[in-house]
Design a protein around this ligand. Sequence first.
Ligand SMILES: Nc1ncnc2c1ncn2[C@@H]1O[C@H](COP(=O)(O)OP(=O)(O)O)[C@@H](O)[C@H]1O
Ligand SMILES: [Mg+2]
Length: 157
Amino acid sequence: MEYKIVSRSEEETKDLGRKLSGILKAGSVVALDGDLGAGKTVFTKGLCEGIGVTSRVASPTFTIVNEYLGGSIPVYHFDTYRLEGADDFLDSGLDEYFYQDGICVIEWSSVIEELLPPNSIRIFIRGVGSERDLTVVYDENEYDEETNGKLKEVFQR
Ligand SMILES: Nc1ncnc2c1ncn2[C@@H]1O[C@H](COP(=O)(O)OP(=O)(O)O)[C@@H](O)[C@H]1O
Ligand SMILES: [Mg+2]
């Protein structure tokens, strides 16, 4: 599936993350791409809010991954900007997180493109000023009918 969504404010982008969070479960992967300042972290903040994360949500640029354990399900927040590529990710054993008990959210996910699990929900963000174009891509064969219906509700405008 592919959806195009326009966000006209930080709050709208956050709200989309919040809404998506309700559908996610252990093993879900949300893969975010877009230039610096696109709104990847803003989206993640909304998603974490939906999960009930109470700790501060910020790009884990130096640590590569932040773990937020205070919500209804663990959220693992990656920023792969500083990695050389997929091998770097694998060498650090970070792919283990994909098969854990939580949700993975990855900023700059194209750096590890070939490692993204087939159920990944990819979100590409573009834009300037306060307007953003979000392109959402996922394989609907990875989801049951009910979940596909819910995903459609979140992304279809
Ligand atoms: N429609 C929008 N959606 C998301 N962020 C927006 C939007 N309009 C303006 N912004 C601003 O863009 C910036 C996005 O920052 P951030 O989420 O940290 O980017 P990234 O993590 O992609 O580098 C924030 O300062 C935010 O206020
Ligand atoms: Mg960021």
